[in-house]
Write a protein that binds this ligand. Structure first.
Ligand code: SF4
Ligand code: SF4
Length: 162
């Protein structure tokens, strides 16, 4: 397997907000966490996690199956940007965008570090096997699928965040 050369570790040398589109997209490790539905309290704006995921999350690869045209299918699929990566309160601590935005290193299993797009799944760092597709639940009952904030804590342990 080909490792990416040190000089190619652009995320460590180029300012976060100056990455080109390809570099930016490649930061996503494909963990799938951001594709889990959340519920927000109308009054407090507190966000609660569920273990139900968007129907377009591919359960083999943990990648979005409609990524290029995703906003046609899911208009409220929020695009993570250099501006909101630090502030969106529902982005998980382990998200590569949040890590880099906060000056933290990418984990050793990250696709850019390993040089293999499938490395996240191979390292068991995806949400696969812990989630249900929205196609298999009644979305009016989403509250029945609320989980604790640390539901995906296997990911936190493996990046050394806990
Ligand atoms: S949480 Fe971050 S790293 Fe994981 S799939 Fe979403 S954008 Fe990519
Ligand atoms: S459209 Fe794609 S990126 Fe957006 S929530 Fe669904 S699976 Fe995730």
């Amino acid at each position: 397997m080909t490792k990416i050369n040190k000089q190619d570790r652009f995320w460590e040398t180029i300012p976060f907000d100056q990455l080109d589109q390809k570099q930016w997209e490649s930061l996503c490790d494909g963990c799938g966490q951001c594709c889990a539905h959340k519920l927000q309290d109308d009054e407090t704006e507190e966000v609660f996690l569920t273990n139900v995921v968007c129907q377009y999350l591919d359960h083999q690869t943990c990648h979005c199956s409609v990524y290029e045209n995703r906003h046609q299918y899911v208009p409220d699929c929020i695009k993570i940007t250099p501006e909101n990566a630090k502030t969106l309160n529902w982005i998980p601590e382990t998200c590569a965008y949040r890590l880099v935005a906060n000056g933290k290193p990418l984990p050793e299993w990250h696709p850019l570090v390993v040089g293999d797009r499938a490395s996240t799944k191979q390292a068991n760092m995806t949400i696969l096997n812990k989630v249900i597709s929205e196609e298999d639940v009644e979305m009016d009952d989403l509250e029945d699928y609320l989980v604790e904030d640390d539901y995906f804590s296997h990911l936190l342990v493996k990046i050394g965040a806990k």
